[in-house]
Design a protein around this ligand. Structure first.
Ligand SMILES: *[C@@H]1O[C@H](CO)[C@@H](O)[C@H](O)[C@H]1NC(C)=O
Ligand SMILES: *[C@@H]1O[C@H](CO)[C@@H](O)[C@H](O)[C@H]1NC(C)=O
Ligand SMILES: *[C@@H]1O[C@H](CO)[C@@H](O)[C@H](O)[C@H]1NC(C)=O
Ligand SMILES: *[C@@H]1O[C@H](CO)[C@@H](O)[C@H](O)[C@H]1NC(C)=O
Ligand SMILES: *[C@@H]1O[C@H](CO)[C@@H](O)[C@H](O)[C@H]1NC(C)=O
Ligand SMILES: *[C@@H]1O[C@H](CO)[C@@H](O)[C@H](O)[C@H]1NC(C)=O
Ligand SMILES: *[C@@H]1O[C@H](CO)[C@@H](O)[C@H](O)[C@H]1NC(C)=O
Ligand SMILES: *[C@@H]1O[C@H](CO)[C@@H](O)[C@H](O)[C@H]1NC(C)=O
Ligand SMILES: *[C@@H]1O[C@H](CO)[C@@H](O)[C@H](O)[C@H]1NC(C)=O
Ligand SMILES: *[C@@H]1O[C@H](CO)[C@@H](O)[C@H](O)[C@H]1NC(C)=O
Ligand SMILES: *[C@@H]1O[C@H](CO)[C@@H](O)[C@H](O)[C@H]1NC(C)=O
Ligand SMILES: *[C@@H]1O[C@H](CO)[C@@H](O)[C@H](O)[C@H]1NC(C)=O
Length: 372
């Protein structure tokens, strides 16, 4: 009750001395964390911080309150529960900034920080994470897209020889946000293609890379190593790797908290260190394993699609040919060895006979041993 009274007293006082400063615009990424800035005079004797959000109606939404040296979240709107905190150790520096986590699109709006002075912070949410580099058809088209952005970013395609022009662009507008999809035709599948998305406000970049590795040719029953090493340049902590057959749901994935491997014929090459080597081994190959395998390495600002084309051939013709070739080579060798041994024995017996004609019995035992 006393707290509630305090709240209203402060509220009225603050409302009287309130001076509205210009809105500061802060951008936050969907599902990430943002810091809404606010400062106060660190020399004040008691710290009272109220973060509220205008509702478009008479009463504001309570986002976070602090007084009597602790948080008071009894009146906090449930949509902000467990998502807010202040920088308590920075209070002596006059820092009243609010940390808001797991951002949602609905969080967009004007936030007010009451600190003897009213600060307005205009929070805009961008969904910058949702980019995709899609292969529309196995060899023909690559798609690079930025979904749900406030301003259209620039999209640049390049290959080893430099910038290439997009072949198609689609722009979609929803009531608040925009999306853009840029496409190119792949003219050379052994080329590495890169898509760079650049957003000026806020300054953010995203890179997508398409990399087709050398095709693998195997026969039934063999095993194949599908290579996927993680580039050193990436921030190792937040990488996610998924393996899939082109156009299907992933059958394997790994990130820093979990891993999944659906098929018992698959295994990781590196048992512990998936964050640097996510290659997998496929055992007991079948004809039906002939597919394009896509290793998708991604972080918040990067995606590389590493594509390996696997072809599994029938075992019979190949193995038979091998056996015939083996026999063809080995028969004369075996014959030569037999003839050699025969001549050796003949000479040996002749010498022994010539030197010691009496010792017939021991000679025959030796002969038996040689024959066996
Ligand atoms: C307050 O502190 C946090 C964490 O150290 C920092 O990110 C933020 O920029 C600070 N804000 C101000 C206004 O100093
Ligand atoms: C809580 O906030 C939401 C908007 O984020 C609003 O629609 C709702 O009315 C608020 N609830 C209360 C009890 O103020
Ligand atoms: C906030 O956290 C508490 C304790 O962990 C939990 O009981 C509550 O359901 C959470 N609220 C929301 C809205 O997630
Ligand atoms: C991106 O967002 C759009 C629309 O919100 C959705 O349809 C699509 O599945 C998303 N793509 C990815 C890769 O998350
Ligand atoms: C995909 O490409 C193949 C040739 O590479 C073509 O025959 C087929 O029609 C294409 N499919 C679509 C949906 O464009
Ligand atoms: C790309 O487009 C620009 C102008 O639209 C043109 O001048 C240039 O020649 C094109 N480049 C290629 C490689 O087609
Ligand atoms: C460009 O993309 C749109 C939407 O997918 C499609 O309707 C259109 O036919 C495409 N144009 C070309 C030249 O491929
Ligand atoms: C790109 O490929 C589509 C079919 O997949 C074709 O219709 C179009 O003309 C190609 N564009 C260029 C610039 O090669
Ligand atoms: C395809 O790309 C590879 C690698 O960059 C290059 O060596 C080869 O000459 C290219 N082929 C054609 C037909 O452009
Ligand atoms: C994004 O790329 C542009 C141009 O390549 C560069 O000027 C800018 O600094 C980059 N931004 C970030 C956050 O790396
Ligand atoms: C493309 O893949 C090869 C391995 O197949 C790798 O060595 C190379 O670094 C990759 N290219 C890029 C640009 O990451
Ligand atoms: C990976 O770990 C970092 C902290 O080490 C965490 O912030 C991040 O959310 C984790 N990423 C995933 C995809 O779980």
């Amino acid at each position: 009750m006393k707290d509630l009274l305090m709240f209203f007293v402060h509220f009225i006082l603050l409302s009287l001395i309130l001076t509205v400063s210009g809105d500061e615009i802060v951008y936050g990424q969907l599902s990430e964390t943002v810091v809404l800035p606010c400062t106060f005079n660190p020399n004040s004797n008691e710290i009272i911080i109220h973060w509220q959000r205008s509702n478009g109606q008479s009463s504001d939404i309570i986002v976070h309150s602090y007084y009597h040296s602790k948080d008071h979240l009894e009146k906090q709107n449930v949509t902000y529960q467990n998502r807010t905190s202040l920088f308590y150790s920075d209070f002596p520096k006059g820092n009243a900034s609010l940390e808001l986590r797991h951002l949602r699109l609905e969080d967009e709006g004007v936030y007010k920080c009451y600190m003897g002075k009213e600060y307005n912070v205009n929070l805009k949410i961008i969904s910058f994470k949702n980019f995709s580099l899609n292969r529309q058809n196995t060899t023909t088209r690559l798609e690079c897209a930025a979904w749900d952005v406030h301003l259209l970013p620039s999209i640049t395609w390049s290959d080893a020889s430099g910038i290439i022009n997009e072949t198609n662009r689609t722009e979609v507008k929803t009531d608040r946000l925009m999306s853009v999809i840029s496409e190119i035709n792949i003219t050379n599948s052994s080329q590495v293609y890169q898509c760079q998305i650049h957003n000026s406000v806020p300054n953010l970049n995203w890179t997508g890379i398409w990399n087709m590795t050398d095709p693998l040719n195997k026969v039934e029953g063999d095993e194949a190593v599908l290579q996927c090493d993680i580039p050193h340049s990436l921030n190792v902590k937040n990488i996610r790797v998924t393996w899939s057959v082109a156009g299907k749901k992933p059958f394997a994935c790994v990130d820093n908290i979990s891993e999944m491997l659906e098929n018992s014929r698959f295994s990781w090459v590196s048992v512990n260190n998936h964050q640097t080597n996510a290659s997998i081994i496929l055992k007991n190959l079948k004809i039906s394993d002939s597919e394009d395998y896509v290793c998708n390495i991604s972080s918040h600002d990067y995606m590389q699609l590493r594509v390996t084309s696997l072809t599994v051939a029938k075992v019979t013709t190949d193995k038979m040919e091998n056996r015939y070739r083996y026999e063809f080579i080995s028969l004369p060798i075996i014959a030569a060895i037999c003839i050699g041994i025969g001549i050796g024995i003949y000479c040996f017996r002749r010498t022994r006979k010539g030197m010691n004609g009496n010792n017939q019995s021991s000679d025959s035992t030796e002969m038996d041993q040689l024959n066996s």
